[in-house]
Design a protein around this ligand. Structure first.
Ligand code: DX5
Ligand code: ZN
Length: 214
């Protein structure tokens, strides 16, 4: 059995205590820290940018899994790389310069991720084969934590593993102890979970159970 990685999203964290939140997640067994960057244009919500990534970087050794929900991400990927991001994922819908942006991320020595919104077919990504290290399948409309998992996402994960067998497949949105089994069975490699971990009475138990799918 392969190891399923858990990347808790700090979107549902206490933003005034991100140092402690990151330490707590690390102690509870998180593999990566998922950082949701929103610009109020690509998605109807605003979160944080490079300074917050740079600050978090000082408080955890875990890889920072930065999910850019911003228009024209090519404007900022170098700054996110310098701030300490390890994996930089952007949306295929967010730019006309997908290949160049993927190359830019890799040229900074970082892993490049490409994400699709729920209504974007996974086949759209075949045009960029070989240029990305990870696919991020959104299983809710990006923008907010605490939404309900879209069941069709499991089919998309299966398809992604068929199309890109050597690429890491990550899923994000509405994952909890109930829905994690479906995405694990579909072949996912990395699970993002925000509210189900951050609001759990015991974060370690939540991480363990989401990882096991029961
Ligand atoms: C949504 C974000 C997610 C979000 C997930 O746009 O990309 O990472 O934090 O939150 P939950 O797990 O609560 O759906
Ligand atoms: Zn995310």
């Amino acid at each position: 059995m392969k190891k399923i990685y858990i990347s808790p999203s700090i979107l549902s964290a206490d933003f005034a205590r991100l140092d402690q939140e990151c330490k707590s997640l690390q102690e509870c067994g998180a593999d990566w820290i998922h950082c949701d960057v929103m610009d109020g244009n690509f998605v109807p919500n605003l979160t944080f940018g490079m300074p917050v990534i740079a600050s978090i970087r000082r408080y955890t050794e875990l890889p920072l899994d930065v999910h850019l929900m911003i228009d024209k991400p090519e404007r900022y990927v170098e700054q996110f790389a310098r701030a300490g991001a390890d994996i930089i994922t952007f949306h295929v819908e967010a730019t006309q310069n997908v290949s160049q942006t993927l190359r830019l991320i890799r040229s900074m020595g970082k892993k490049a991720g490409l994400s699709v919104k729920p209504n974007t077919p996974i086949g759209t990504l075949t045009a960029y084969r070989g240029l990305f290290d990870m696919v991020l399948i959104m299983s809710v409309e990006p923008g907010f934590g605490g939404q309900t998992f879209i069941p069709e996402s499991t089919e998309k994960i299966l398809r992604a593993k068929q199309l890109f067998p050597d690429v890491t497949v990550e899923v994000d949105g509405g994952i909890n102890i109930e829905t994690s089994r479906q995405v694990i069975d579909a072949g996912v490699d990395v699970i993002v979970a925000g509210s189900a971990i951050m609001n759990a009475p015991d974060r370690k138990v939540a991480i363990d159970r989401i990882r096991k799918g029961r």
